[in-house]
Design a protein around this ligand. Structure first.
Ligand code: ARG
Length: 477
């Protein structure tokens, strides 16, 4: 029976050149269907656009196009409900879709691979996939940002110690604290959006490496797939995975931000720090120690970060030795890509829960603020205001801090006489001007912690992200 009669491609598409079937172990080693079936939507979407193009340039009749499109619908349904037969001898998602298309559409299906190679096909599928996933990831980042902004609003009047080197440094507010993470995740969001922009070119028509002699319409296919244009050199395009690396870079930095935050909260939720609490529904216990409540989700965010970095590193190592055009090594790119996406999405969801569920232990926060030296920099800046060079002021305040430590009182409880014994530039009544919250309010320049500055920034971010949707609990001031 000929191919036309059976409606099935016999064995491999390359059978003609070969004198014996592929070794089963080789098939098992070279297959990618076990993981690349995730690309089925993109593969079918690309095939639809390719078929319509073949019709436009007269290589398919209207009837053949109809048969192919309805055949592809059937393949899509099989993929979606899990009934697509999986065979390692059909290697990958591209051959599976083609095989099933021929099964459903008959001889018309034999024309789908005209002027197309799996090399430009997989490059196209991956770009469509990265574009879609980067869009979804940016939505997940927005969901996290929404929660961060709400907590910033809620805690905008909570006085907090700001740390450097994990040592108390200067007073800040809860709004400023959450606002800092908002800035980080905003940058992550814009990195994801620029990945979408850089990825958005169509490689279809590159063929195996050097295009096709047939009169293909690459721009039309690109338009139909929502690409902003076409890639400009097939030899480059079939081996280009820069856009995958761009996404993994964006995800790695996103994980840096999640992981650092997770670490901070692991520390802050210890008995020793005790600044925050997580609700029981987000904690896990110990199989042996009855008293334990552990922040495992935060630790796993920190842990999975290593995994995403290794996905990025693994991809770069995969790419570094490859000559131009398609090389089979590239098949492995998906394992890194899929894993990094899965892990990052899961971590974003967990961090959103943690942000929504945490609360500051306000009594404990007040306690750690007692007897602090957080106003030292303010006092040095006051001396500058009273006419002293900063270096000199810094040295004097160092000695004032040492005095307060000897007396075991916070700086704001020293007397006017104490201050004046160090410099006669301190005016009468100076001691009474010092307050931790006052210090937060004084730093009202752009990027500073003053409540009005923070509120304006939070509102601006909210408006950027969510437009006219009113901020629950707003407006601020
Ligand atoms: N499964 C392959 C991949 O993921 C598709 C391209 C294969 N091309 C080839 N000429 N063997 O990269």
């Amino acid at each position: 029976m000929s191919v036309e009669e059976s409606g099935e491609l016999p064995g491999k598409p390359w059978g003609g050149r070969f004198s014996e079937p592929t070794d089963r172990d080789v098939e098992a080693f070279t297959e990618s269907i076990s993981f690349d079936r995730r690309l089925y939507r993109e593969d079918i979407e690309g095939s639809r656009a390719h078929a319509r193009m073949l019709r436009r340039i007269g290589l398919l009749t209207e009837e053949e196009l109809e048969q192919i499109l309805s055949g592809l619908d059937k393949v899509a349904a099989e993929c979606a409900d899990g009934s697509l037969p999986l065979r390692i001898e059909w290697e990958d998602i591209h051959m599976h879709v083609e095989k099933r298309l021929v099964h459903h559409a008959g001889p018309a299906g034999l024309k789908i691979h005209t002027a197309r190679s799996r090399n430009d096909q997989v490059a196209t599928d991956l770009r469509l996939y990265v574009r879609r996933e980067a869009g979804e990831l940016s939505k997940s980042v927005e969901a996290l940002l929404r929660r961060i902004l709400l907590r910033a609003l809620e805690y905008r009047n909570l006085l907090l110690p700001g740390y450097t080197h994990t040592q108390q440094a200067q007073p800040i507010s809860g709004g400023y604290y959450f606002g800092a993470y908002a800035e980080r995740f905003l940058r992550d969001r814009s990195r994801l959006l620029s990945v979408i922009e850089n990825t958005n070119l169509s490689p279809l028509g590159s063929g195996a490496l050097a295009g096709s002699t047939l009169p293909i319409d690459r721009e039309g296919v690109a338009r139909e797939l929502g690409f902003s244009g076409v890639t400009q050199n097939g030899l480059d395009a079939v081996g280009d995975r820069d856009f995958v690396a761009d996404l993994l870079h964006a995800l790695s930095l996103l994980m840096v931000h999640l992981s650092g935050w997770a670490e901070e909260w692991v520390l802050w939720s210890t008995r020793e720090f005790g600044l925050i609490r997580l609700p029981d529904r987000l904690l896990t216990g110990s199989s042996m120690m009855p008293q334990k409540k552990n922040p495992d989700i935060l630790e796993l965010i920190r842990g999975k970060t290593g995994r995403v970095f290794s996905d990025y590193g693994g991809l770069l190592v995969l790419l570094k030795g490859l000559p131009l055009s398609y090389n089979r090594d590239l098949q492995e790119d998906k394992t890194f890509l899929f894993d990094a996406i899965d892990q990052t999405k899961a971590c974003l969801a967990m961090m959103s829960l943690a942000v929504e569920g945490m609360r500051f232990a306000e009594d404990r926060v007040a306690e750690v603020l007692k007897g602090t030296e957080l106003l030292a920099t303010d006092i040095a800046e006051d001396l500058v205001r009273f006419g002293m060079p900063f270096r000199e002021a810094h040295a004097i305040v160092g000695r004032i801090v040492a005095l307060a430590a000897r007396k075991e009182v916070p700086l704001e409880q020293l007397s006017d006489e104490d201050f004046q014994s160090f410099s006669d530039r301190f005016p009468k009544g100076y001691a009474g001007t010092l307050s931790l919250w006052g210090s937060v309010e004084r730093r009202s320049h752009a990027g500073g912690p003053a409540p009005r500055t923070v509120s304006r920034r939070i509102e601006a971010i909210w408006k950027d992200l969510f437009g006219e949707e009113p901020m629950p609990g707003g407006p601020l001031r």
